[in-house]
Design a protein around this ligand. Structure first.
Ligand code: ZN
Length: 141
């Protein structure tokens, strides 16, 4: 079995941003499969930042706007958060708590085995930031 670690760097351009990283991961998987061939396995996609998240869902513009609205309704921007006294970004952290820091996607026949309407997103919750780091761990054979 092969275990292959890769890193993806993402720049965000606004405070809240949903960035589709599916094609970046497909490109990396295709590069891996030129040599080491992971035909069947998984890839874990893990953000290294506690004010960002990784999510799988549908890449539909209206839905992404709805998702932003609901997340901001659930977690208000300023609500006397204790963390705001030391870092002023508590809402970003709390939104990240709710969404989670990783997703695992199956690989079948050397390809990401996503559903027809599924994409993989990096969710920026405290941008804009340069060089957000996403760890990719491919495992399979
Ligand atoms: Zn903080």
């Amino acid at each position: 079995m092969a275990v292959i670690k890769k890193t993806l760097k993402i720049d965000s351009s606004s405070d809240f941003q949903i960035i589709n990283i599916t094609n970046d991961i497909v490109t990396i998987l295709n590069d891996i499969n030129k040599e080491k061939n992971i035909s069947v396995g998984i890839v874990n996609i893990f953000t290294k930042h506690s004010t960002s998240a990784i999510c799988v869902n549908e890449n539909e513009k209206g839905l992404l706007n709805d998702f932003e609205k609901v997340l901001k309704d659930i977690v208000k921007e300023n609500d006397n958060y204790e963390h705001d006294f030391i870092d002023n970004n508590a809402a970003s952290h709390i939104r990240a708590f709710l969404l989670g820091s990783s997703e695992t996607v199956p690989i079948v026949d050397g390809r990401l085995d996503l559903g027809t309407w599924q994409s993989i997103f990096f969710v920026e919750l405290d941008g804009p930031r340069r060089g957000r780091t996403i760890d990719l761990t491919f495992m399979g054979e």
